[in-house]
Design a protein around this ligand. Structure first.
Ligand code: PMP
Length: 428
């Protein structure tokens, strides 16, 4: 077995917070699924580069050339990290949400989209202009594949008797249950039915290596701030054809190759075919650079060791929660399903928001409470009624009623054992 490595140094690991019970304690950041703390190494890399940055793809000056090289090298590093195909395009975006909205705008005419109701809102909602089929929550990975196959087989056939374009959007690891989805099998099912597939790897990429070629997905999207880089940057990588055929996501400088006045007074534009087509405006070079730095740091630490460490923490949390009869862990695929370090639960007799607030005030532990931007999934898992369900926030359950929201604990490469041990003690 791979030995469990030490936690990677992250920002904020020495922050202390006051407790209502008196005294103070180091902050236990257990909300990695929302945003992971940036790696110290990423921060150092950025600080070392920051004095030297200049404009990108524009200037003849030394620093502009340097920045352009760093930006394009970052693109190559991340493409390598994702094991992209040689002719894939990698676009730097603001986030996973931005990446999926970009792809949604690049869909060919008449594209049908298939998405499970269990998705994060970032994967559930961007397809609003397309014909969307929302698939019911499966209760096993196998059922997910069968549900998709059935939906794809039954899709609309054109007058000529052929299927139009279709896209499946699926998450690699749930931001609510942490459970892994059968991405390779779903990709095979999509392709067998002439559809394409985009992987929302926001929660998968920080925990497991993602190989576009091995999983055989057409696109992958993830966010820097969940992958131990700072906020503000994300990635969409994959097939170039739909992206090149689409109008630019943003119109402006950088995306346009040639702009000319027409005789009739209007303007003609030739857009780039490369990633630049969808990267109009001055790009977030530091964001791209920091994602590449995080990719390198994770690769160097080695995913085998990181996964072993995370599984060790998952075991601690699950064993600790199992000792409390009032705790119910939320799961779609069952207790034994493989998962990443994201665990949601409810505590009988407690309002989840009050519980999370108590963890913070009395133990210095930061977790998340609510519906985690996956309202349909959390309602399914809680068995709650959408009509009585409140907004994302802190709806109160009446005494004796089902919880209306949940508590989520999540962790990763920077989490010391002490944080999850303190969490378990606090819950107990
Ligand atoms: N997909 C999943 C599975 C997520 O967990 C999240 C973030 N919670 C997103 C997409 C959206 O990521 P971002 O907020 O960085 O756009």
């Amino acid at each position: 077995a791979t030995s469990v490595c030490a936690p990677l140094p992250v920002l904020g690991r020495d922050v202390t917070v006051p407790l209502v019970t008196g005294g103070e304690v180091t902050y236990a950041a257990l909300d990695y699924a929302a945003s992971a703390p940036a790696l110290q190494r990423v921060w150092d890399d950025v600080a070392a580069y920051a004095p030297y940055y200049g404009s990108v793809h524009r200037g003849a000056g030394y620093l502009s050339q340097l920045s352009t090289d760093l930006f394009e090298n970052a693109r190559r590093t991340v493409a390598e990290f994702l094991d992209c195909r040689a002719d894939d395009q990698l676009i730097f975006t603001r986030s996973t949400t931005d990446s999926l909205n970009l792809l949604a705008r690049a869909l060919p005419a008449d594209c049908q989209v298939f998405v499970f109701e269990t998705e994060h809102h970032a994967s559930l909602l961007p397809w609003k202009d397309a014909r969307v089929t929302y698939l019911n929550a499966p209760r096993t990975p196998q059922q997910a594949v069968e549900t998709l196959e059935k939906a794809l087989a039954g899709r609309t056939v054109s007058v000529e008797g052929s299927h139009g374009p279709a896209l499946v959007c699926v998450t690699g690891a749930s931001n609510v249950t942490g459970e892994l989805w059968p991405v390779r099998e779903l990709a095979a099912a999509a392709h067998a039915h002439g559809a394409r597939i985009v992987l929302d790897a926001a929660q998968l990429a920080p925990h497991h290596p993602v190989s576009v070629q091995d999983l055989d997905v057409d696109w992958v999207a993830f966010s820097g701030h969940k992958l131990y880089a700072p906020f503000g940057s994300g990635v969409l990588a994959g097939r170039a054809d739909w992206l090149q055929a689409a109008d630019p996501y943003l119109a402006g400088g950088g995306a346009s190759r040639k702009v000319t006045r027409r005789e009739d007074g209007g303007v003609d534009v030739e857009w780039h075919d490369s990633a630049a087509r969808h990267e109009a405006g001055s790009p977030n070079v530091i964001g791209a650079y920091s994602i590449a730095s995080a990719c390198k740091a994770l690769t160097e630490a080695g995913f085998d060791a990181l996964v072993a460490r995370e599984q060790h923490l998952i075991e601690k949390v699950r064993a600790g929660l199992a000792e409390v009869p009032q705790v119910k862990v939320l799961s779609l695929f069952g207790d034994d399903a493989p998962r990443v370090g994201v665990i949601s639960f409810v505590v009988e007799g407690w309002n989840s928001s009050h519980f999370a607030a108590a963890l913070s005030a009395e133990y210095g532990i930061g977790v998340r409470d609510g519906l985690f931007c996956a309202h349909p999934l959390v309602r399914t898992l809680l068995g709650s009624d959408p009509q009585t369900q409140g907004e994302c926030g802190a709806p109160e359950a009446a005494p004796g009623e089902k919880s209306l929201n949940a508590i989520r604990v999540s962790f990763g490469a920077g989490t010391p054992d002490e944080h999850v041990e303190r969490f378990v003690t606090a819950v107990q």
